[in-house]
Design a protein around this ligand. Structure first.
Ligand code: NBP
Length: 474
């Protein structure tokens, strides 16, 4: 290769391979490197032709670095954690001042800040960039959330804007999120919202399957119906309709998948920072817990014989089935709105705490395409969060409030009673309702907790009728 590549990428597993192909397909020359050289060779063999000669494989890091135009822009898509530090340690001595490393993996935002500080002392730029959309997104257009130096962002911007998915108006689903680790932070909260929505979808499945007695093809049709609701139409519901219909060897695969849900940490990290900053995000917490209990298979198998659910299951009628489909739709619609709300509140509070000045409307806009939590509801949410058009923001906000406060809420409450009576665990749905009900009340019962704390620990309390701190000899 005579001319140098516009960008480089390290890590040719699912995400890296697909993102590299996407970048080449958008007309950029890209050099690639993978720790295991055979993977690089196979990748170039498989996709070199499709790229029209724009993909360039390197066997050594030295060769890789030499193939890149200045300032060098290097995307890392290696396993999060120690491998990122290992790659930085190998790359940084070979780089020149002002070169840019872009970590697109799911790194913790505090690790990103540590790496930014260490590399800044060597004159190198480090951007922590969240990427969402899985392999399809990486190949055809992901949602990208870069954070770090604005000047470095401007250097990668032309490539990233071409590679990203498009929002509802056709604009790229990428912005400079903000300073420091803010890009990885926003991606982490995105994943927290993803955990919460996936859990309420799983609970909807449980209710429909075990109370409604719907078959897999019926479930597929029901979810396809939900996907016509403008607040629910989403990537996650779309794939859910496909999952229920998928057969292998004549069997529905869903019925044979173990119910132990995996997790790689971003949900847990979201709950940790929410607790650290005192942000109420119960559905994200519960979604992480639900994955934990799902993995506790042995204990559940043992306790199933001991714990008898004292319920009398009623046979569901045809009209009851129809009603159930609507009740679940209403519950899903309102709970989904509240899942996004919990994530946005966390981003907002953190932005203030760290003085990041994050643009909430722009963040939800870049989630409109490419990413796992893309949904048509994000149109209203983006508008409601955009202070630049006050009238439109107020009208979108009122529309959301009308949905939350209307009759669908009653239907959701009835569904929760039914789930409880039927012994179906729906902790994420309850958490969403608890979130709503807690903020709907100016006074909560924690006056009792304050009294108890003062009783046993002389912690003192404040009063509603006079200023100051008080203690009672109980
Ligand atoms: P993996 O997370 O499975 O990582 C595999 C890659 O890391 C391979 O290229 C491997 O090289 C390389 N690697 C490892 Br492991 N240790 C290394 C080391 N010490 N030095 C250099 N390279 C090393 O790949 P992925 O699923 O494509 O994900 C990449 C990143 O993107 C992760 O942070 C992930 O959390 C994030 N992400 C994934 C998705 C998704 O849908 N998969 C979505 C969004 C974000 P080798 O071939 O030599 O073993």
């Amino acid at each position: 290769m005579s001319a140098k590549s516009n960008i480089g990428l390290v890590g040719l597993a699912t995400m890296g391979a697909n993102l590299a192909r996407n970048i080449a397909n958008k007309g950029f020359h890209i050099s690639v490197f993978n720790r295991t050289t055979e993977k690089t060779e196979k990748f170039i063999q498989d996709f070199g032709k499709e790229s029209g000669g724009k993909l360039h494989g390197s066997k050594t890091l030295k060769e890789f670095i030499a193939s890149l135009e200045a300032p060098r822009k290097i995307i890392l898509l290696v396993k999060a954690g120690q491998p990122v530090d290992d790659m930085i340690a190998e790359l940084s001595p070979l780089l020149d001042k002002n070169d840019i490393i872009i970590d697109c993996g799911n790194s913790h935002f505090k690790d990103t800040e540590r790496r930014q500080n260490a590399l800044a002392s060597q004159g190198l730029n480090f951007i922590g960039c969240g990427i969402s959309g899985g392999e399809e997104g990486a190949l055809h257009g992901p949602s990208l959330m870069p954070g770090g130096s604005k000047a470095a962002w401007e250097k990668i911007r032309p490539i990233f804007e071409k590679v990203a998915a498009k929002d509802f108006a056709g604009k790229p689903c990428v912005i400079h999120i903000g300073d420091l680790g803010s890009g990885h932070f926003v991606k982490m909260v995105h994943n927290g919202i993803e955990y919460a929505i996936m859990q309420i979808l799983a609970e909807s499945y449980d209710i429909l399957k075990n109370i409604g007695k719907f078959t897999n093809p019926e479930l597929s049709k029901i979810f396809a119906g939900y996907n016509k609701n403008s607040n629910l139409k989403s990537f996650l519901i779309e794939i859910t309709t496909k999952i229920f219909n998928k057969k292998e060897d004549g069997k529905f695969i869903i019925d044979y998948i173990k119910d132990a849900a995996g997790q790689k940490g971003t949900g847990k990290w979201t709950t940790e920072i929410a607790h650290d900053l005192g942000v109420y995000s119960p559905t994200i917490n519960v979604a992480v817990d639900a994955r934990i209990v799902s993995g506790d298979t042995k204990v559940r198998e043992m306790s199933q014989g001991m714990l008898k659910q004292n319920i009398t299951a009623k046979k569901i009628t045809i009209s009851g089935k129809k009603n159930l489909i609507k009740q679940v739709e209403n519950a899903l619609e309102l709970a989904t709105i509240l899942c996004y709300e919990q994530g946005i509140s966390l981003i907002s509070k953190t932005s203030k705490e760290f003085d990041w000045k994050l643009n909430l409307a722009e963040i939800t806009r870049i989630w409109q395409g490419g990413c796992i939590i893309r949904s048509s509801y994000l149109k209203d949410l983006t508008t409601a969060l955009n202070p630049a058009n006050e009238k439109a923001a107020m009208s979108a906000f009122q529309k959301i409030m009308k949905t939350l406060n209307g009759d669908k809420q009653k239907s959701w409450r009835k569904l929760m009673s039914l789930a409880m009576e039927s012994g179906i665990p729906t902790p994420a749905f309850y958490a969403c309702l608890g979130y709503f009900d807690s903020y709907a009340k100016a006074r909560l019962p924690q006056n009792l907790i304050q009294a108890q704390r003062d009783f046993f620990g002389a912690h003192g309390y404040e009063r509603t009728d006079k200023e100051g701190s008080f203690h009672t000899e109980w």
